[in-house]
Design a protein around this ligand. Sequence first.
Ligand SMILES: C[S@@+](CC[C@H](N)C(=O)[O-])C[C@H]1O[C@@H](n2cnc3c(N)ncnc32)[C@H](O)[C@@H]1O
Length: 397
Amino acid sequence: MSSNNNYNGYENSSLGENMVKTEKWVKHYSSNHEILLVGEGDFSFALSLAMAFGSGSNIVATSLDSYDSLINTYKKAALNLMHLRFLGATVLHEVDARQMQDHPSLCWRKFDYIVYNFPHAGFYGSEDNPDMINKHQGLVYDFFSNARWLLRHNGQIHVTHKIKPPYSFWNLEELAHQNSLRLMECVPFDIKDYPMYENKRGHSSTIDEPFNWKDSYTFIFTVAPPSPDISSSHFNLQGCRDALPRVKFVVKAEVRHFLMAAGYAGVLVDEYHSVRAMFWGPLPYMCVNFAELLAIKCALLMYERSHLCHRNVALDVESNSNVAISWIRSNFGNTLELSTELQEINMALGRIPNPVELFCCYGKYEGAHYHLVRRLAVKALDTLNMCERWIPDNAGY
Ligand SMILES: C[S@@+](CC[C@H](N)C(=O)[O-])C[C@H]1O[C@@H](n2cnc3c(N)ncnc32)[C@H](O)[C@@H]1O
């Protein structure tokens, strides 16, 4: 997927089986891409895209505000929303960018573009105030950490933002980097590219007023490629990795597994190549989030079944964790099923001659999920006859 910066209004027709399918472009965005818009003001940006595409069916437009508050504060919101719905867009209100990966209408979807124009946490003081900058950074950081889970392979996150101080102090690139995202491109923003778009201050008594968008750029981020040194930096395994014969399976996550003198070590990597777990020998214990649990189970069972574990062959298991994540979503609280999964893992661990220690030290669950995941983690440890102290306090559970 590429951004087509020069193709405003460009149309690309191709004959399908029985009909003409016309792709329409507006700046970076195509009518063929699934687009999630976050933090909309009066929904004029969403409408601008939908009007240009001639349809909003590929657009999910969201606001933090409720419908009532929108129509009471933005004079054009009611009309814009009506048009958007008429054009077939999905409109969602009360969607918090900081928690949107868990939103019931979003958590099962993936998007080509996730767009947040002019993120801002509100006008509570001077824009120079370090506390305010901190607040804005928190919003953008959390937006990144949620958005990356809703991205399709090769998808892009777009943030339009001013680049002069104090806005440059937000340091979007660093916030992205901390979320394993990398800046691909920074494109000057021109509101004229989006007819009908009226940018809004979005807070306080001036909520419906525009602001000066000059000196703004659209920052384009993608998921960073995996770091080649992830394993060696964590485990000092440089040299080990390449020396081993390797085999690759496709399951629900990627497990990189390395032979060490003391046993096996490795990292479990999700579909975005972020490290989601580490494991090394010799004791089998685990602290889990359950998407990883399922992925580990798949990896172990396939590895075991192949008999390669008896032959010092390194395991390299590759996939995405979508299925695992949907599994955890549908199984929160189902401890019976959880016990079965754990028992199977336990048995697999017992059968594999090389000692394997599982230590999943990275969790991404917060808020309400924290308690559920922690409860399940305790149950997991219980099933495996391990004590709770293996759940690290800073594990994100
Ligand atoms: C400067 S306004 C920009 C509005 C709109 N994107 C535009 O360009 O006109 C900032 C927007 O961020 C939204 N916002 C603030 N915190 C948010 C959050 N946690 N989740 C989603 N949106 C948020 C506000 O409601 C407001 O609409």
